[in-house]
Each structure stands twice: as C-alpha cells, then as structure tokens.
Design a binder for this molecule. Sequence first.
Ligand code: PLP
Length: 406
Amino acid sequence: MQIAQRITQLQESITLQLNTKAQQLQAQGEEIFNLTAGQLPIFPPSEFRQALANRTEQLKSFQYSPVAGVGELRKKVIQHFERTRGISLAAAEEEFDCLISNGGKQIIFNALMCLLNPGDKVLLLAPYWISYPEMVRLLGGESVIVQSDFAHGLLPQVADIRAALEAHHPKVLIINSPSNPAGRMYPDAWMKELATVLAYYPDLTILSDEIYFDLNYGGAWPSYFYQKDVKLLKQSVICSGISKNLAATGLRIGHCIAPKPLIAAMAKLQGQSTSGANSLVQYALLDYDFAKSEEFLQPILGRLKTNLNYLQQSLAKANLAACCYPADSAFYYMLNFAATPAFAAYAHRDQDDVATTICTQLLAKTGVVLVPGTGFGLPNSARLALVLDPPEFITATDRLIKFLNT
Ligand code: PLP
C-alpha cells in the first residue's frame, strides 16, 4: 500500500524514539529518569472520579452524543470562561458558541481545518507546541515563525510579531500562554502591547491555546489580549480542555469558544469525522464544580515550584546561570544547551542543531531523558518536565548538571 504524501511528510515524534530507547535501557536494569512527561502524574480530583462512577450507573443512554457537545456543558464552559477571564462575551457585540471535542488537540485541528486554505500562512511563536506546524503542514498551509531567545527569557518580542504580520499577512496567529515548552506566561504588559498591534489586523484570526490556564505557580493568573481590547474576541478562538487541569489526558475532552459561524463549521467537520465527544465524561463534567480545580492543583503546583527552585539554584551554583529564565507556569522548562560547557564537544560546523545528539548522549551517560528542542523550533535546547517527585527530580537534576558541566 502506498501511504499518502501528506502523511509521509509528517514528522514522527522524537520523544517516542527516545522513550523507546529509555525503555530498552530500563529493561537492561539501568536507572532511568524520564523528564519527557506531557501530563501530571496524579489522579483526577476525587469528586470528578465519583461523578464518572455515578454517571456510569445513571446514564440513560450510551448512544451518540450531540455532535457539538452536550448543550448544558457547552453553556457551562461559556460561563466558566466568562468568570475566569473576567469578561462578558456580550460586550464583544458578536454571537459566540462553544464546541466540545475529543481533546484540545482535536479542537485546534478542527479550527485550523476550518480556517486554512492551501497556501495560507500561520504565525507561530517559537518555541511552540510541536503539533502546530505539523497540523499546518498537513492542511497545506505554511508556518511563519517569530523566534525568541534565552536572552529575552523566551519571550517573543511584540515588535517582531508586528513585523511578521506586516511582511507575511498570515491568516492565523497562534498564541499559547502559559506555554508549552517554555513554561511561562506572556506578561500582562506584553498582552496589552500585543492587543494594540492586533487591533490593526481585523482579518487575522487569533487562536489562543489556553490549555495550561490553571497551571501557574508564580502567583499571577494569565492575562490575554482580548481582556485588553474586548473587540478582539470577534477574531479569537479560545481553546482549552480537561487534559492538564484535571490530570485527565486519557479522557479526551477539549473545548473552545469562538464566533458562531466558526463553531458551526467545526461542528460540521466533527460530524463527518469523529462525531460528538465521549458522552459519559461530558455528563460527569456537568456534575463537577470547575472551581474545585484550583484547590485540587495546589499540591502539584507546590511540587513544580520546589523542583524549579532546585533546578535554578543548582544551575546558578554550577556557573550555568545563563540557563535560567523566569518560568512560572505549565510544567516545563527549556534547557539552553548552547550556554553550557558540554555544548562545545557536540557542536559541529556542518550542523546547526545538535539537540538530539546531546539528548541521546545524555540518556546513554546519565539515564536522564529530555525532549530535544528541535521540534519546538528552538535549536540546541531541550525540554524537561518538572513533575517528578522531588527526591527523584533532585537526583535527575544533579546528573544532568554534571553532564552539562563537563
Ligand atoms: N495545546 C498544548 C500547548 C499542549 O501541550 C497540548 C497537549 O500536550 C494540547 C494543546 C492538547 O491537549 P489534549 O489534546 O490532551 O487536550
């Protein structure tokens, strides 16, 4: 069988390859510290698990759910969004709706599929989530990248975004705050500046991926451009889901809020592809008080902060302060390989990016597994997850820093 070009062109996950190698080493008795996790290693809140159990008993029908999602849940998501973002959708003088899908990933895919024609451009801010450029490529679009650097704390500069908007006329801009993989929120003042720029581009659609909204351990809540200028909501698709804040990546529920015509298009697409999302989980979510997530997340947020502090203090002590930047959210941190002594041994004149080579050696020599920054659009770096139990995280960090300093 001949596999279609659109699939052969897709990048395979490097994380998968490294994880396979890690599993082989573990089977041979090696001690492995897996820092590649994209999920919280905890159980969802007990109230939510109870709601799932109750609904399993009570559900009147196990048949198809409504394509766009259970009506009451869609309303609940809209109210939750208005409450947590402190805005009223009515103020944007547009009619909005909500779509429920099989995970945040499907929400983003559906939105891009409904927005992009072949050749359309999408502006991405590096480092970006690995799946954005792959989705854009699959749909025949073209990614335009605005780079950021460690010197600016991995914060893309609004002036660069403005220049890219002017030069490339993208149809869509994707913003992901708190961000994967940088693990930081774009600051309030940054969002304000961005809102001022976006007001000049009424034809641009802004996809705000807020899947890590609840996961901030720096003390502040994320802010967004549409809070600074509510008219921008007309151009926005606000995406989120339960994978990260309810530690429920396997239950596959994502949602978004957008102007009605886009939601209708996304629902039409969903009706011809996957149909409505899991009915049991949707009804259980109706019984769950979303406000409880804050309390539920407190212990794990404490762990993320403890681990980040240990990592940054250890980097500073080892004369690697150039690797420190102000992370405060999601559960990731980017390591700047290029600022470490180890880099010289791997840097090759004919190769711009040696992140995978370094990660492969790191695994072989220390048992620590990271995700190379290559797929995130940040060469010579790697992503580490802060979610391990502190004692295990400390051992992994000590091994990592020793490796980087030789
Ligand atoms: N957006 C970002 C930035 C992510 O990191 C992820 C998952 O890792 C998603 C969206 C999609 O999450 P899910 O499909 O599990 O809801």
